[in-house]
Ligand binder design. Structure first.
Ligand code: C5P
Length: 235
C-alpha cells in the first residue's frame, strides 16, 4: 500500500497548522524539511505530532560519520519517525548513523529528483542517472538504510537490479497529469507510483499550494486507489 507524505514546505507555524488542520483525516505522514526546520526547529515537529501525524524529518544529512550519527541521535530525541541522509555521504557515514539505537528509520537519498542527465555530469562526463541511482541504492541497502529515496521512474530499474532484496521506496517527483513540474524533472503521476508499489510518495506543492489542499489530497488518494485497487483493498 502506498502512503502519501505531505511536504510541509512553508515558512511559518501558522501556515503549517492551517495545512495540518485542512489535511486532518486524509494524510498521516508529514515531511518537515529544511525550510520549516531551519525556521522553527522542534516546534515544527511538535506541531505535526500534536495533530497525531508521523514525521519524516527530511534533512538530507551529508557529513562526516560522527556528525551525521549525532544528528540521527538528536532526531531520535525529537521523536521523529524517519530521517533522510544523502547516500553520497558514503558507507562509513551510513553505518555510523545506522548504529544509533534506538533511532528513526533512515531513508537514503540517491539522486535528487530535480536533477536531469546533464546535471550528473558533475561526477564524470559519462555519469548516468540510472547507474548512479543503482550504486547508491545498493550502498544504502548494504549500509543499513531502511528505504531508498529516488524518482518513481527508477523503481522498476532497482526492483529488477535487486530482485532478491526487499527494498522499500520513498519517491518524490510526483505530479498529476498536466500539473506544473515546478523544479522537478524526473516525475511520475501518483497513480503510476502507486501501481509500481512504492511505499511512500512525497508530494508538496500540488497539495500545499492548491486552492483547496484537502481536495487536492483527496483527489490524489482517489487516483492512487483507482490505480492500485488490490493493495488498497488489503487494508
Ligand atoms: O513540492 P514538491 O512535490 O516538488 O515537493 C517534493 C518534496 O520532496 C520536497 O520537499 C523536496 O525537498 C523533497 N525531495 C525531492 N527529491 C528528493 C528528495 C526529497 O524532491 N530526491
Amino acid at each position: 500500500m502506498t502512503l502519501i507524505i505531505a511536504a510541509l514546505d512553508v515558512d511559518s507555524i501558522k501556515k503549517q497548522e492551517d495545512l495540518l488542520k485542512a489535511l486532518h483525516g486524509t494524510i498521516v505522514w508529514y515531511k518537515v524539511g529544511l525550510q520549516l526546520f531551519t525556521a522553527h526547529g522542534k516546534r515544527a515537529v511538535d506541531a505535526v505530532q500534536r495533530h497525531g501525524g508521523k514525521v519524516f524529518l527530511d534533512l538530507k544529512l551529508h557529513d562526516i560519520p560522527q556528525t551525521a550519527a549525532r544528528a540521527v541521535r538528536e532526531a531520535q530525541k525529537l521523536g521523529v519517525d524517519a530521517v533522510s541522509l544523502h547516500l553520497l555521504g558514503g558507507a562509513a557515514m551510513l553505518r555510523a548513523a545506522a548504529e544509533i539505537m534506538p533511532r528513526p528509520k533512515l531513508w537514503g537519498v540517491t539522486v535528487l529528483t530535480s536533477m536531469g542527465p546533464k546535471d550528473v555530469r558533475i561526477f564524470s562526463a559519462s555519469a548516468k542517472i540510472p547507474s548512479l541511482v543503482k550504486s547508491l541504492a545498493k550502498l544504502g541497502w548494504v549500509g543499513g538504510a531502511d528505504a531508498t529515496i529516488c524518482s518513481p521512474r527508477e523503481v522498476v530499474l532497482l526492483k529488477k537490479a535487486f530482485p532478491h532484496l526487499d527494498m522499500k521506496f520513498v519517491t518524490p517527483g510526483i505530479r498529476s497529469k498536466d500539473a506544473a513540474l515546478d523544479d522537478q524533472r524526473r516525475v511520475m503521476t501518483p497513480g503510476e507510483a502507486a501501481r509500481l508499489g512504492v511505499d511512500f510518495i512525497v508530494i508538496g506543492r500540488p497539495i500545499t499550494q492548491a486552492a483547496d489542499p484537502r481536495k487536492a489530497a483527496l483527489d490524489i488518494l482517489a487516483e492512487m486507489k483507482a490505480a492500485a485497487p488490490r493493495s488498497l483493498d488489503k487494508e
